[in-house]
Design a protein around this ligand. Structure first.
Ligand code: PRP
Ligand code: URA
Length: 209
């Protein structure tokens, strides 16, 4: 079974609280998601492997550590996942970005796919799938399956807020995918929204409601 890492850092919790507030406007909401994504990426990359490299400082030759292994890829689930990309790229600027377009049908709550563009070397990368909201888990399960079908094996998932139902569904469908989450909320309501949550992340990011 995959691991679920809850980011209990006080800065992350403080910023999530501001995002939840219904009086927080799009500009601030975007800025907060960007900052939190960078902080979360720091934690979500904690186990990346290192290797030794010989270098020379101005003082002497020395053996120092650099990242080894595969290169990173970030895969936002459109639209709301886009709001997490820049924060992550500030930490790992050479990561490539793939996009998966999915929206949740408001009646069935099932994901509908409308776009996919991944880096050509995607199978050789460690991927982080990002979406602020993990609600029923339908979108996440479909997105991960999609990139697995293209041959990707090393995948982790990063969400700002998750419902317990969504975490369970992703773990059942993809037991190899670790989940890094800012906060685990109480439940889903009858419309599939996370409670207390923050409302519709895409609409709040882009002011479309
Ligand atoms: C939201 C959110 C997730 C999905 C989560 O996107 O960003 O992708 O819902 O719900 P689920 O876990 O029940 O699938 P939405 O479908 O509203 O599309 P948007 O990002 O374009 O607003
Ligand atoms: N999608 C959102 O944007 N918010 C929710 O609470 C659930 C799904």
């Amino acid at each position: 079974m995959s691991k679920v890492v809850v980011m209990d850092h006080p800065l992350i919790q403080h910023k999530i609280t501001h995002m939840r507030d219904k009086d927080t406007g799009s500009k601030e909401f975007r800025a907060l998601l960007d900052e939190i994504s960078m902080l979360m990426a720091y934690e979500a990359t904690r186990d990346l492997p290192l290797e030794e490299k010989q270098i020379e400082t101005p003082i002497c030759p020395t053996t120092a550590q650099v990242l080894s292994g595969k290169k990173l890829g970030v895969v936002p689930i459109l639209r709301a996942g886009l709001g997490m990309v820049d924060g992550i790229l500030r930490l790992v600027p050479h990561a490539r970005v793939g996009h998966i377009g999915l929206y949740r049908d408001p009646e069935t709550l099932e994901p509908v796919e409308y776009y996919c563009k991944l880096p050509s070397d995607v199978t050789e990368r460690d991927l982080i799938v990002v979406d602020p909201m993990l609600a029923t888990g339908g979108s996440a399960v479909a997105a991960i399956q999609f990139i697995k079908n293209r041959g990707c094996k090393s995948i982790r998932m990063m969400n700002l807020i998750a419902a317990p139902e969504g975490i369970r569904r992703v773990q059942e469908a993809h037991p190899d995918v670790d989940i890094y989450v800012g906060h685990v909320d109480e439940k889903l309501n009858e419309h599939g929204y996370i409670v207390p949550g923050l409302g519709d992340a895409g609409d709040r990011l882009y002011g479309t409601k």
